[in-house]
Write a protein that binds this ligand. Structure first.
Ligand code: ADP
Ligand code: MG
Length: 578
């Protein structure tokens, strides 16, 4: 595409600010330009931490001679045309600012030849002003040499760290991009010494090993998963390497995250990474991780910050949990592969071996589907656009069910036994409370006009709590002595026989204060899955995933434990491994 100066209204929509704060940020912008230009080979040189010289050479498409001056103007870009394009960016650059900002604070020389041009061109700028432009013989591609960065902005010069630190930052930028683009051959030379080189053969393992060193790389495990397909949610793919719990650092500097080929800084995502190691590594230490995350461009907004190092996800919690689950699973499996951890492999509770390595099943049911039958759990999978509730339990991995009553799960700190009935009561209780707070109880019409005959005692209870029951979504009409016909009932019991569940609810309420909370607890109690009910893997996973985000996940509304935990230490003690 031709380079143009962006129209005012598009400029106004671009995250404004300074993208070039230090030598490493200039290097980052120049590398991104080379990648956008389709380079397969990229060479970075720096002298004195980038203060004296930064030179980035690529074999990409080059800049047409006619456009070279324009390329150095502010908001001049070949990558964006209109505001709508911001939603669907496939290039790393889009603001048309980097060359202009770098040139404004340095002495910059650009030598470039577009692959369709017979002749190259050399352009020299001093503090942003064109000093010299002339044709030159050059291979296809571009060389940008930036000398004396910040020479005319003493304030910014003062903020630079020592040469050593700036040098390390540049090294960090180059190696990160080398890992994100294993198909591009990177070379880094600093102060005349070659510091890093990647082959460009496309092998991520090779590049990661080159960056962290073979010995460290041996302590890393591969990650390759995608999120389960869910309605209205994009597929998120996560690929990369993460360290075993015995390889850590005292800072987060070895966690490299990429979203759609862009190196990003994201506190929440880096928490997702460290959280996956909860209970496995000492606090204050951090793993090594290189994670390439990809998802459809329309689900990420990159126009958040001038340095483009931050992104905004449309559904941050989905990305968070996909990343954390991917790591957690890989770590647990690696743990299983260790010869001294054999007892984890055999399932001590059921006779069947459960293959929990199969991919997580998808939740195919939609919220509108009303084909719930008795064995179904009367809950609806989390809607994609529901605001994410904070996680209150670590991610648990369901292993199986015992006695048709307890769900066996594995978590960071050991083994969890979950009472399916108590847990589901808790989930439904919180869900209904939330509906009440939002003033939108989910009610379902009762089509076959079920009539219910109540005992005189229950009839009295009904009289006392008719108000709260109607707030919960019950529509009840009198139909003769002690007899009622139901027009609507709360969604959570829509599939139940009201003649069974309604008297149980009233019985439950007869011994209590008849307030709203009590009524919700009674409703949750009749709607919840019972003990003795065999659950599918999907149902257990869904139940556990919902419990993980309950505000008070540890007890049912009536105060019973929803789960008990056996720590690794307890298990080790029992097996005399301590
Ligand atoms: P942006 O990358 O946001 O478009 P820049 O100021 O970084 O803005 O670059 C301006 C334009 O110059 C780019 O859109 C591109 O057309 C051209 N350009 C810059 N660097 C290169 C390069 N290394 N190879 C080819 N074209 C380049
Ligand atoms: Mg750019």
């Amino acid at each position: 595409m031709e380079i143009i100066v962006l129209p005012e209204e598009v400029v106004a929509r671009i995250a404004a600010g300074e993208a070039v704060e230090r030598p490493a940020s200039a290097v980052k912008e120049l590398i991104e330009n080379a990648i956008d230009a389709g380079a397969s080979s990229l060479r970075v040189e720096s002298v004195a931490g980038g203060r004296q010289l930064i030179r980035v050479s690529d074999n990409g498409a080059g800049i047409p001679g006619m456009e070279i001056e324009l390329a150095c103007k502010r908001h001049a870009t070949s990558k964006l045309r209109a505001t709508e394009d911001l939603q669907d960016l496939s290039t790393l650059g889009f603001r048309g600012e980097a060359l202009a900002s770098i040139a404004a604070v340095s002495q910059t020389t650009i030598i470039t030849r577009h692959r369709d041009d017979p002749m190259g061109i050399s352009l020299r700028l001093n503090g942003g002003r064109v000093e010299r432009q002339r044709p030159i013989g050059a291979p296809a591609g571009t060389v940008v040499a930036v000398e004396n960065l910040f020479f005319n902005t003493p304030a910014r010069l003062k903020f630079l760290k020592s040469d050593r630190t700036e040098k390390r930052n540049i090294h960090g930028v180059v190696t990160r991009y080398a890992m994100a683009y294993p198909h591009i051959a990177f070379t880094l030379k600093q102060d005349e010494r070659e510091q890093f080189r990647s082959s460009g053969r496309g092998d991520l393992a090779d590049v990661v090993a080159g960056v962290f060193g073979r010995n460290h790389f041996k302590r890393m495990i591969g990650i390759e998963t995608s999120s389960p397909a869910r309605i209205a949610q994009p597929t998120i793919a996560v690929r990369g390497y993460t360290s075993l719990p015995d390889l850590t650092r005292r800072d987060r500097s070895r966690i490299a995250l990429f979203v759609n080929g862009r190196a990003i800084q994201d506190n929440s995502l880096s928490h997702a990474v460290t959280g996956a190691y909860e209970g496995m590594i000492k606090s204050g230490t951090f793993p090594f991780a290189v994670l390439l995350i990809s998802l459809p461009t329309e689900f990420v907004d990159v126009n958040v910050h001038p340095t483009k190092a931050q992104v905004r996800f449309r559904d941050p919690s989905q990305v968070f949990s996909t990343v954390q689950r991917a790591l957690r699973q890989a770590l647990l499996e690696a743990d299983l592969d260790e010869p001294d951890a054999d007892q984890w492999r055999t399932d001590g509770f059921t006779n069947e071996a459960i293959d929990y390595r199969r991919p997580a099943p998808s939740f195919a049911r939609t919220a509108t589907e009303d084909s719930f039958h008795d064995a179904d759990l009367g809950y609806i999978p989390e809607a994609a656009d529901a605001p994410a509730k904070p996680r209150t339990l670590p991610i648990l991995r369901v292993v199986g069910q015992i006695g048709a009553t307890y769900i066996v799960a594995e978590g960071p700190a050991g083994l969890y036994l979950i009472d399916q009935n108590a847990a589901h009561e808790r989930i439904l209780y919180e869900k209904i409370c939330e509906e009440q707070r939002a003033d939108s109880p989910l009610a379902a019409p009762v089509s076959d006009s079920q009539t219910v005959l109540l005992s005189p005692e229950h009839d009295i209870v009904l009289g006392e709590c008719a108000g709260v029951l109607s707030e919960l979504g019950f529509e009840i009409e009198s139909f003769g002595p002690h007899t009622y016909v139901f027009r609507a009932c709360p969604q959570v019991i829509a599939s139940s026989r009201l003649a069974d569940v309604f008297p149980t609810m009233l019985e439950n309420l007869s011994r209590k204060r008849k307030g709203r909370e009590e009524a919700i607890a009674a409703l949750a109690a009749v709607a919840a899955v019972k003990s003795g009910q065999i659950l599918s893997m999907e149902e257990m996973q869904s139940l556990v995933a919902q419990l993980e985000r309950c505000a008070s996940p540890l007890a049912s509304p009536s105060g019973n434990n929803t789960l008990i935990r056996l720590t690794r230490e307890q298990l080790a003690l029992e097996f005399r491994r301590a």
